[in-house]
Structures are given as structure tokens and as C-alpha cells.
Design a protein around this ligand. Structure first.
Ligand code: NAD
Ligand code: TYD
Length: 356
């Protein structure tokens, strides 16, 4: 069982990173310090951890810094005597990677490389580099079968190609230099604090506000949805217990077509929020729009290695997880306003304009 003193969490102001930091402070026996290293791009929001900063101030440090800056990474590791890194920081949205892949290469590949180099320079002081990755590195499934730890890499989008590249670098630093690493490849997450450019929060807010619900193509692409809190328990378990050099696939055992997800969200918003002025059910807002370029058809994870080795299992079901998430967005308009500004707003406006 590994224990840690000073954790560096990259991308801790983002969706999964902020949930992870809260989870570690509130739900584990971790007694050390967390340094949240985040560049605060459009996807990063210090508001997401305001409660954590207030409650755990003595053990929580926010560092406004960029992983593309190799010197800043090195300085942070030395200054805070970091013994473990949990690497979430990334450009994470497939649609953005199609329009502007440059940042994906710089942050996801070069940024990961900078971290690995700095981690290696810490020598024996570093006990673990945990890399958070995605199932999208495996490409797309047909109607049957699952991704597992032995599935060959076959990424299609600039996002998944950049994540695949970072996974390979992490593995190479383990195999070549003996850097202690673990990797998790997880399916689609949902839950509180997700930027409303991703399917679920975008649909919740558009449904609430009576705006069109843009479903790509026929809406028959399949994703395997996992609550973010379940992803956090999986990461913490792997960090504490997995062998160095190992990879674990993390999934929800919760495959759904996009149209099924959107229809469920509509029903939940109808039940939990005031009706639309027209009285129409939210489902009537569904609008089929042009399909995403190179849209992967189906993702599904076989997580039996994680279940078998450590007894990990999902705590949330789709029913209670989706409802908890919809309620959270309805109850947190201040947080929603704080992310729907600047670069985020420009992106949404440009996207809607393009679709006419
Ligand atoms: P996110 O986009 O919500 O957050 C990314 C965070 O990284 C933000 O806080 C942003 O400010 C920060 N960041 C971006 N570029 C940076 C840079 N150059 N330097 C420092 N910080 C930077 O992403 P997320 O959905 O929380 O995903 C986190 C990680 O999990 C990513 O590596 C992603 O590939 C992986 N992942 C995500 C999902 C999912 O469904 N969201 C599923 C599997 C794996
Ligand atoms: P997304 O949340 O962007 O995650 P990913 O592309 O990483 O799986 O998209 C989830 C699915 O929803 C994907 O098949 C694309 C689809 N989608 C829509 O149909 N409409 C949208 O507006 C968005 C953002 C996604």
C-alpha cells in the first residue's frame, strides 16, 4: 500500500481534477498536502474548489502555472517536495481538437513530457506518477466487444491521438528509466463541475433554458457513462495499490446511445425544474445536427481487472447518478455563470452560428 505526503495534482481546477481533490481530502485517510497545478484555461475554475480552500487551507495550495512551462514544473516539484504526481491537466474536448488541434499537442503531449522529465529528475524522492487517460485511445468498437488493458491503441481524433501519445511517453519513461508509474484509461465521466461543452451538462442547461438540444447525427453513438466520484475512487485505489508500470481500464458498465441519454436528461429536467413557458416537454427541443467528423461509434469498457484485483465497483447507478447531476446543475447557477464566460462563451456562440 503506497502512502503519499505531498501530492501535485495537475488540472485540479478542471472537472475531474477538482472532484478528485475534494474526494481525497474528504473521503480518504490522506493526511498530507495537495498542490493544485493549473493554468486556468477556459476549462479551469478556481470557484470549483472554493469550499476546499476554505476548509483545508493549511494543506491545500493553488499554483497558477502551465505544464507547457518546463521550468515552472521543475520548480513546483522541488519547492513543494512532491513525492507523487496525479496528472489530469489536458485539453479534453474532442470537438475543440477537431477545430484547433495545436493546443492538444502542446499541452497533452509536450506538457506530459515536461512533467515526466521533471519527475525523473526527482529520483528516489518520487514514489509515483499517476497518469489519467481515456478509453478513446483505443479507437471505436463495433456493436459487440469491450476495450480492456490489452486492446491495441487506435486513436482517431486529434484529442485521442494526443492522449495516446502521452500514454506511450508515460510507459516509455517507466520502461526506460524505471520511473514508477500507473495509468488509468477511463470511459466518459459525468457529474458536478463539468464544463457545459460536454454532452450531459450542455443538455441539462439547454433543456432548462429552453434552447435546442444539438444531437450529432442520428444520436446512435454509444458511450459508457461513469459518475466522476466512481472515477476518483478508482484512481485512488490504483495509486495506492497497483503495481508500478500497470494500466487499469475504468468504466461504468453503463452503455447508452446519446439519444437515450438526452431523452433521460429531458425527463429529469421536466420533473425537477419549472415547465417551459410553452408547456412543451423538453424532448421537443431535440435537434439533430451535422455529425462530428470521424465520430467514434461505440466505447465500452471491460473493467474486470480493476474489479478482480481490488474489489473496486461503481457506487452510482445511471438512475441515481443522472438525477444527482441534474439536481446539482439546477442548484448551482452561480457556478454555471462563472464558467459560461470568455473563451467558453465564444466557442459555444461560434458553434451554434456554424450550425445555423
Ligand atoms: P477539463 O477540461 O474539465 O479540465 C482540464 C483542466 O486542465 C483545467 O482545469 C485546465 O485549466 C487545466 N489545463 C489545461 N491545459 C493546461 C496546461 N497547459 N497547464 C496546466 N493546466 C492545464 O478536463 P476533465 O474532463 O476534468 O479531464 C481531466 C483528465 O481526465 C484529462 O486528462 C482527460 O483526458 C481525462 N479523461 C476525461 C474523461 C471525461 O469524460 N471528462 C474521461 C476519461 C479521461
Ligand atoms: P462528449 O461529451 O463531447 O464526449 P466524447 O466526445 O469525449 O465522448 O460527447 C459525448 C457524445 O455525445 C459523443 O458521441 C458526441 C455527442 N454529442 C452530441 O451529440 N451533441 C453535443 O452537443 C455534444 C457536445 C456531444
Amino acid at each position: 500500500m503506497r502512502t503519499f505526503r505531498n501530492l501535485l495534482v495537475t488540472g485540479g481546477a478542471g472537472f475531474i481534477g477538482s472532484n478528485f481533490i475534494r474526494h481525497v481530502f474528504e473521503k480518504t485517510d490522506f493526511a498530507g498536502r495537495i498542490v493544485n497545478y493549473d493554468a486556468l484555461t477556459y476549462a479551469g475554475n478556481a470557484e470549483s474548489l472554493a469550499d476546499v480552500a476554505a476548509t483545508f487551507g493549511g494543506r491545500y495550495v493553488f499554483l497558477h502555472a502551465d505544464i507547457r512551462d518546463a521550468a515552472a514544473v521543475r520548480e513546483a516539484l522541488d519547492r513543494y517536495e512532491i513525492d507523487a504526481i496525479v496528472h489530469f491537466a489536458a485539453e479534453s474536448h474532442v470537438d475543440r481538437s477537431i477545430v484547433a488541434p495545436d493546443d492538444f499537442v502542446q499541452t497533452n503531449i509536450v506538457g506530459t513530457f515536461n512533467l515526466l522529465q521533471a519527475a525523473r529528475e526527482r529520483g528516489a524522492a518520487l514514489s509515483l506518477f499517476h497518469h489519467v487517460s481515456t478509453d478513446e485511445v483505443f479507437g471505436s468498437l463495433g456493436p459487440t466487444g469491450f476495450f480492456s488493458e490489452t486492446t491495441p491503441y487506435a486513436p482517431h481524433s486529434p484529442y485521442s491521438a494526443s492522449k495516446a501519445s502521452s500514454d506511450h511517453l508515460v510507459r516509455a519513461f517507466h520502461d526506460t528509466y524505471g520511473l514508477p508509474v500507473t495509468i488509468t484509461n477511463c470511459s466518459n465521466n459525468y457529474g458536478p463541475f463539468q464544463v457545459p461543452e460536454k454532452l450531459i451538462p450542455l443538455m441539462v442547461l439547454n433543456a432548462l433554458e429552453g434552447r435546442p438540444l444539438p444531437v450529432y447525427g442520428e444520436g446512435l453513438n454509444v458511450r459508457d457513462w461513469l459518475h466522476v466520484e466512481d472515477h476518483c475512487t478508482a484512481i485512488w485505489t490504483v495509486m495506492a495499490r497497483a503495481e508500478s508500470g500497470s494500466t487499469y481500464c475504468v468504466g461504468g458498465r453503463n452503455e447508452r446511445t446519446n439519444i437515450d441519454v438526452v431523452t433521460r436528461i429531458c425527463a429529469l429536467v421536466d420533473r425537477l425544474a419549472p415547465p417551459l413557458p410553452s408547456g412543451a416537454p423538453r424532448e421537443s427541443l431535440i435537434t439533430h445536427v451535422a455529425d462530428r467528423l470521424g465520430h467514434d461509434r461505440r466505447y465500452a469498457i471491460d473493467c474486470s481487472k480493476l474489479e478482480g484485483d481490488f474489489g473496486w465497483t461503481q457506487a452510482y447507478t445511471a438512475e441515481n447518478g443522472f438525477e444527482q447531476t441534474v439536481r446539482w446543475y439546477l442548484e448551482n447557477p452561480k457556478w454555471v455563470d462563472s464558467v459560461r464566460t470568455g473563451d467558453y462563451r465564444r466557442w459555444i456562440e461560434r458553434n451554434y452560428a456554424k450550425r445555423g
